[in-house]
Design a binder for this molecule. Structure first.
Ligand SMILES: Cc1cc2nc3c(=O)[nH]c(=O)nc-3n(C[C@H](O)[C@H](O)[C@H](O)COP(=O)(O)OP(=O)(O)OC[C@H]3O[C@@H](n4cnc5c(N)ncnc54)[C@H](O)[C@@H]3O)c2cc1C
Length: 458
């Protein structure tokens, strides 16, 4: 077992940054050793690839267990598509290993750089939530190292309450050692897609309503433009192509078939680079690059699912102060009043950044702390402007709560305990399960303390 080492640790938004004590085990047995207070007092928390944005994967006063070396493929049944993998296996590796055999993960987020453990602990969603639900809908079993040091198998028959507390459980029920994950049989590595320029928020909802026949839908919207054109953007919809499909260049065609990044952000950009003028320019250029109307294309899977992965370390573009993502979901309403109100508040503040993502979720929900619920989800990045941004977020929190919505905890670093409890009314039941399995409070995180999910103040 490696010694604990101190290092700066942060999520994808690079805010907050903490000094953490980290261990990087190579075998499952070493994780059990890492639970012992061998020189590092306090709680423990698993860390995947750090693609949650805020303090979900951070623990300042304890030991952080880096899972990236626990990345072995343990078994695969090509008849059914079920794979058994260690929790540090990334979605990128699932694609690399199984796509040549004709299989693809059911749920892919906006980056391939997330681990299976992280995908379960945040119950991630993809562009196909309205058809396929979340990542956990394709997980039938997890092997969990609990606070007592016992390895517990959880599935529909064995401790289902612990299984569902671990899904979206933010790493606070224990360390997921391995999981059984179902992969989808695909006939081609390509995606047959359409992109449509949407001219306003109303237009977005029209196209979305008209897209039920597509397994994957998402829209990138301009979060700078106000007035009638507010909510304009590029709507993308598609699905895995049929056998024999060939590439047909479209809006994403230039990125080709390569999965490796083309570009790398070698250093932190200066803080001033992200300002209102550059954001306006970028939003204008992105929108006008797409001709009016619809383009049909057949594209490689990588640019369709994760275009941002083509720029390695793009988060450094926000400079040393970092950035925050605000992702919300609100139930559908007549006139889409809350979404409109929120976009108005953001565009008026002038703090919104390059692009926002908007999508309608399907009906699938899970108990506990899982984020997706039926309605409209909106995700926006904001440079870390400090106090004015936090004030804007507090106003947005009120709007989201009043509409019966909630924020995605995997993107959060500042939500208040009171707001959280109101947004996630199932939290007390979740906590009762967690406390029963970890009565000594061995697992903890900075976010968990802030939100009252584990003992201690932050
Ligand atoms: C560019 C980008 C796009 C994204 N797009 C989406 C999207 O479309 N949909 C979506 O849902 N999310 C999206 N995300 C968020 C990302 O999918 C989640 O935050 C995911 O959980 C990150 O996984 P990770 O392996 O990096 O975990 P980390 O960020 O390291 O950890 C996340 C949580 O998982 C816990 N955890 C990690 N490993 C284990 C383990 N083995 N056992 C127990 N707990 C564990 C951690 O304690 C922490 O609570 C995006 C993130 C980025 C950077």
């Amino acid at each position: 077992m490696e010694r604990w080492s101190k290092r700066a640790l942060y999520g994808w938004g690079r805010f907050p940054v903490i000094e953490a004590r980290c261990a990087r085990p190579e075998r499952q047995g070493e994780i059990l050793e890492a639970l012992q207070p061998d020189g590092v007092e306090g709680g423990r928390l698993a860390y995947g690839l750090g693609r949650s944005y805020g303090d979900t994967a951070l623990l300042s006063d304890g030991g952080v267990i880096l899972m990236e070396r626990l990345d072995r493929m343990l078994g695969f049944d090509p008849e059914t598509g079920w794979a058994r993998v260690e929790a540090g296996v990334s979605i990128q590796s699932l694609v690399d290993v199984f796509l040549p055999r004709g299989f693809f993960p059911y749920v892919v987020p906006g980056t391939f750089q997330v681990t299976v453990g992280g995908a379960i602990a945040n119950d991630i969603h993809g562009k196909n939530h309205h058809v396929d639900g979340t990542f956990a809908d394709h997980v039938r079993r997890v092997e969990l190292l609990t606070g007592s040091g016992e390895v517990v198998i959880c599935d529909a028959q064995h401790h289902p309450e612990l299984f569902w507390a671990t899904v979206g459980g933010l790493g606070l029920t224990g360390v997921i050692l391995s999981a059984e994950v179902r992969l989808r049989a695909v006939a081609s590595p390509y995606i047959e897609m359409e992109s449509i320029r949407v001219e306003s928020l109303d237009h977005f909802f029209e196209v979305s309503a008209d897209s039920a026949g597509f397994t994957h839908t998402v829209s990138w919207i301009d979060c700078v433009t106000q007035g009638k054109a507010m909510g304009r953007g590029i709507f993308m919809r598609g699905g895995h192509a049929a056998a024999g499909a060939t590439l047909k260049r479209g809006p994403l065609g230039d990125l080709g078939e390569r999965l490796s990044p083309y570009l790398k952000m070698p250093i932190d950009a200066p803080n001033w680079l992200m300002n209102k003028a550059t954001m306006r320019l970028f939003n204008e250029a992105y929108f006008h690059k797409h001709p009016k109307g619809k383009i049909e294309a057949v594209t490689a899977y990588a640019p369709f699912f994760c275009p941002l992965d083509f720029v390695q370390d793009w988060n450094r573009g926000y400079g040393p102060r970092g950035f925050l993502q605000y992702q919300l979901v609100v139930p559908s309403e007549p006139e889409h009043r809350t979404i409109r109100q929120i976009l108005e508040a953001i565009t008026a503040s002038g703090m919104g950044s390059f692009l926002a993502v908007i999508k309608e979720f399907g009906e699938q929900t899970h108990p506990g702390l899982s984020f997706p619920q039926p309605g409209v989800t909106l995700a926006l990045d904001f440079p870390n402007y400090g106090a004015p941004l936090f004030e804007l977020f507090e106003r947005l929190d009120e709007m989201v709560l009043n509409a019966g919505g909630r924020l995605y905890l995997g993107k959060d670093s500042r939500l208040s305990r009171e707001m959280f409890c109101a947004m996630y009314p199932d939290w007390a039941r979740w906590k009762a399960t967690r406390d029963a399995w970890d009565p000594q409070g061995r697992f903890a995180s900075d976010q968990g303390r802030r939100l009252g999910l584990v003992e201690g103040e932050r």
